[in-house]
Write a protein that binds this ligand. Sequence first.
Ligand code: NIG
Ligand code: FE
Length: 415
Amino acid sequence: MSNYTLAGPFTQVVTMSGLPMNGPIPDEKLQVIKNAGIWIRDERIVRIMDYDDLLHQAEREEAILIPIEEPAVALPGFTDAHTHICFAGSRARDYAMRNAGKTYLEIAEAGGGIWDTVRQTRAATPEQLASNTVRLAGEHLLRGTTTIEVKSGYGLNVAEELKMLRAIRQADRYTEADLVATCLAAHMKPKDYDGSETEYLQLIIRELFPQLRSERLTHRVDAFVEQSAFSPAAIATYFEAAREQGFDITVHADQFTTGGSKTAVEYGAVSADHLEASGETEINMLATSGTIAVALPGASMGLGCAYTPARKILDAGGTVAIATDHNPGSAPMGNLLTQAALLGTFQKLSNAEVLAGITFRAAHALRLQDRGTLAVGMLADIAVFNTADYREVLYHQGMMLPETVIKRGRKIKKL
Ligand code: NIG
Ligand code: FE
């Protein structure tokens, strides 16, 4: 079979290339190529040019065709840089209680909260966890998300964290999306652990970190830095160890109270995620650091909280990615396009800024340089929408589904 694939014709190819990693982006800066085809060799983009010319070449080379019905807009496949889609069970009770006015403490006393998902996840078999993850990844994929970060953090002891990370790796083999695993053993101090926070973290450093390396389960370490989870002081040695051992660091930061973003910047984290509570000091600190701000509008919607101050971070010269935080507790929706569009509405972000947040800026938050734009040499990860005007995509706030999704040059079959 030919190594070549031609996808098209596209009324518009929104390449997202040539745009800055930091700061605001006016829509006028978007590169939109009209009436084009995308020529692919194996998994990567070789050319984007006039469709009819490419069609002649396709005939000569016996290329595989991915025919597209016009009108059609091509966007880079989306990257969701923060999810917790490896879990078991539901937290519908938490949601109902929270909306009925119950407090965090009342919900926890009724057996809810993160610990509830830990219990349900521990009770699941590795196969069940992997198949749940594959199912949810498949739903994301059909909505145009071709790369998905997935955290552990519902195991909270060495064996159960390993179970989760192995399940994520297994899921990665079965889903056509690319999964990027992250170790979130520092999600909260497990309720069944008798020692101090520091002792728990030492145990993880000593017994889990070497396994992450030897089994190549992940190169990323996350922690929930928050009054209800780990303090900046408690997490310091944890991040020092992670940094020394060469892990990329990412932080659940400033979700309810500040402190996490400062820790993130101090340890050179690739990203600081949440930031709903960030004020001017944190915004300026992040904007002048190399740490990417990841907005999680799904958590704001799930909890009824403020949005991440994305507008201010961009205006201060920072970079903002947008992710779903898809998890059973605070962000059960998991619809990236809906959430990104609504963040844009509430934060006054241009189309270009929102699209950047779920494409090349999101890929950057995972340190992936081979995706996020439609350009020569990049992976052929493409979300195709049935419209002549790319602005329709965010305008429909996630209700317009891609008519075709291409992952690594292959058309994804609908479920
Ligand atoms: O990103 N903030 C902490 N952790 C998750 C929530 C996980 C859960 O509630 O199960 C978050 O929102
Ligand atoms: Fe999260």
